[in-house]
Design a protein around this ligand. Sequence first.
Ligand code: ZN
Length: 78
Amino acid sequence: MREVICPYCQQDRVWRIRLQGESEEGYPHAFCFECDTLWENGDIINDLTGINYEDYMESKGGKADWKLIQKGYAANEM
Ligand SMILES: [Zn+2]
């Protein structure tokens, strides 16, 4: 399996993450720490998917706080 380079900024690998307080096991989201793009669980990671972290948290009624992000492991291509 190959690691996924962020399709937006191409500066870093995409990582699997969990947001603090989420009950899901494992690391349900994918995230680029360079450009703060988040992919929901199950999203195909490409440059048509994903959402800016601040927009994502606003859509959930929350604030974008980078301390909430728990880094898992490098995402692999499916
Ligand atoms: Zn990126």
